[in-house]
Design a protein around this ligand. Structure first.
Ligand code: ADP
Length: 297
């Protein structure tokens, strides 16, 4: 599977470019789309799942053109929007059965088997008779992914995958997605939370102001931050100064002060050492340095 995005633009009424001259290739596997709020992620996702037409540009899925083959592409898609909500009154299995019917599964017996299997897979079989709108946040999210997966889609798009989930549910949800990730399926996770991307994604893109700022593997993004992440031992007074000067990633109280991680080219005058960056450091480094240069270019 491959999605190819060429010179894509989306301009909203009033002239706002939500997506600007975007070129991007998305291969099979787990793909993370990262960017701050307002970066254009939802707009791009809505274009990819055929809910919205771009102003200009081209998207192809394998050899199919999104502008010409909407129906074929739709049949390959599973989408979990950010604001996924339920029809009230439906039981969990009724809801999934309804989604399966919408996805074109006409044979009743086959559909019921598929629904039961999917409920097992996402760990909701025991809750099948509960009203869908009474499920916990994590269970709702899992039912959301179940409806997105019910017709074996080739492209799965999940917007803000862990919003509203507690840490345990986050891990469970992430694991569920990575078990689906096989060679000929594309899973796109769109998020502003770095932690949603780090451990699971093979490839990623960074969007800012509707434009592509980075495309590659998470490891490549991390590499860009090497030599720019520091751990400093600081007194209270120094901490206040440092906080003014550099983006602070974390602080831990230690004897007589603070242990602080910052992203900076240099930490002139403070007592500290360079540390190995992680994706969160790399994201901050990128937003602080590259994007400033790049948005003013
Ligand atoms: P993200 O999903 O990364 O938060 P969005 O795609 O929702 O970003 O939004 C990108 C930009 O487009 C933002 O500046 C947002 O305010 C603007 N925008 C989104 N939807 C509309 C709309 N329907 N009309 C006008 N502007 C919009």
């Amino acid at each position: 599977m491959q999605i190819k995005i060429e010179n894509l633009n989306k301009v909203y009424r009033g002239g706002k470019y939500a997506v600007k001259n975007l070129n991007l290739e998305i291969p099979s596997g787990m793909f993370g789309l990262l960017g701050p709020n307002g970066a254009g992620k939802s707009t791009l996702m809505r274009i990819l799942v055929t809910l919205m037409k771009p102003t200009s540009g081209k998207v192809t899925v394998n050899d199919l053109d999104l502008a010409k083959n909407r129906k074929e592409i739709r049949s390959m898609l599973g989408y979990l929007p950010q604001d996924f909500s339920f029809f009230s009154k439906l039981k969990t299995y009724e809801f999934l059965d309804y989604a399966a019917r919408l996805a074109g599964m006409k044979n009743g017996a086959a559909r019921r088997t598929a629904v039961d299997q999917m409920l097992e897979e996402v760990g909701l079989f025991e809750a099948r008779d509960r009203n869908a709108n009474k499920l916990s946040g994590g269970m709702k999210r899992r039912l959301g992914i179940a409806q997105a997966l019910i017709n074996n889609p080739k492209i799965i798009v999940v917007d803000e995958p862990t919003t509203g989930l507690d840490p345990e549910e986050r891990i469970r949800f992430r694991n569920l997605l990575s078990t689906i990730s096989t060679h000929d399926v594309i899973i796109i996770l769109s998020t502003h939370i770095v932690g949603d991307i780090s451990s699971t994604c093979d490839n990623m893109a960074l969007l800012n102001n509707g434009q592509l700022a980075f495309a590659g593997s998470p490891e490549e993004l991390v590499k860009e931050a090497e030599g720019n992440v520091w751990q400093i031992e600081a007194t209270e007074a120094e901490y206040l100064e440092i906080n003014e000067k550099y983006p602070v990633i974390s602080t831990i109280p230690i004897d007589g002060g603070w242990e602080i991680q910052v992203v900076a080219n240099d930490i002139n005058g403070y007592f500290g050492k360079q540390i190995t960056p992680n994706l969160e450091h790399a994201y901050v480094h990128f937003m602080e340095n590259k994007l400033n240069q790049w948005t003013t270019a």
